[in-house]
Ligand binder design. Structure first.
Ligand SMILES: NC(=O)c1ccc[n+]([C@@H]2O[C@H](COP(=O)([O-])OP(=O)(O)OC[C@H]3O[C@@H](n4cnc5c(N)ncnc54)[C@H](OP(=O)(O)O)[C@@H]3O)[C@@H](O)[C@H]2O)c1
Length: 247
């Protein structure tokens, strides 16, 4: 098959399955399913492995296993060296888990993709990633309103509504402008053309100091603590362990 004519961009996240070399999974997956020559960015989706078998998400509690971070990261590095991906990174990693990866990585993670919105600003993780040159990407920056896993809490927040009204913008635009001004990258999702357009219209205006004062007063709470990643026989017995206290 001639891959040179295929599109050559994309990003992928995978929960590594024990005993399967990642580079093998990725090369097979890219060739057959995605029909891409390589990825731009390849992330470890969660700091958690699954027993071999069928791939499901979230990983059923009785199939959750501790990740062997050394060998998984070595395989990620191989993917990059083999040219299967341009960058490698992680997702849902705390400062402590990132520090562990950094202690043995020969290629450090480029990105950590985590939940961030004005309701969960992740100050500690942001400072840590900045100090280590890791790009922090905000997922669910609108609280994933309307999705199966989402919440209305961000879009219905009264402070954000007040700021949006003052600028004649929408709450979504305030959230995305805030993330942009924080130097974060973000992945916002819409299937609606109008809303896609709306989400791009954040570059010709700005938030004021007064807006920041209000945003900084919004009570902080992880909106997606992910209890499904916690189990009595798995690697994380509590949310405290999953997030290393960053809750
Ligand atoms: N790494 C991880 O563990 C992880 C976890 C969660 C999500 N993610 C990724 O993060 C990306 C986005 O996150 P997400 O989908 O969870 O949340 P999100 O982008 O915060 O919210 C998406 C929801 O908001 C709606 N929406 C988008 N723009 C809007 C606007 N301007 N006004 C009103 N509603 C708007 C969308 O509906 P319409 O489509 O109808 O516009 C959709 O229901 C996805 O690509 C996802 O894969 C990653």
């Amino acid at each position: 098959m001639n891959f040179s004519s295929l599109p050559s961009y994309g990003a992928l996240m995978l929960i590594p399955i024990l005993f399967f070399p990642l580079s093998k999974i990725l090369s097979g997956y890219i060739c057959r399913m995605l029909q891409l020559e390589y990825l731009d960015l390849y992330l470890i989706h969660w700091p958690l492995s699954a027993k071999p078998g069928k791939i499901g998400f979230p990983v059923p509690k009785d199939e959750q296993l501790a990740m062997d971070f050394n060998s998984v990261w070595a395989a990620m590095e191989d993917c990059l060296r083999f040219g299967l991906t341009k960058s490698i990174g992680v997702s849902n990693f705390s400062c402590k888990k990132l520090e562990n990866i950094l202690s043995f990585a020969t290629i450090p993670p480029s990105v950590n993709q985590v939940e961030i919105s004005p309701l969960w600003r992740q100050q500690k993780l942001r400072e840590f990633c900045k100090s280590k040159n890791i790009v922090l990407t905000a997922y669910s920056p609108l609280g994933a309103k309307g999705t199966r896993w989402g919440t209305n809490e961000v879009m219905d927040n009264e402070t954000l509504k007040e700021i949006a009204n003052a600028h004649n913008k929408t709450v979504a635009q305030v959230c995305l402008r805030w993330a942009f001004e924080q130097g974060l990258s973000f992945v916002v999702k819409s299937f609606n053309k109008e809303r896609m357009r709306e989400n791009l219209q954040i570059f010709d205006w700005g938030l004021s100091l007064d807006d920041y004062k209000k945003i900084n007063e919004i009570k902080q709470r992880r909106l997606f603590p992910k209890l499904e990643m916690v189990s009595p026989n798995g690697p994380f017995k509590s949310l405290e362990e999953l997030w290393d206290g960053e809750i």
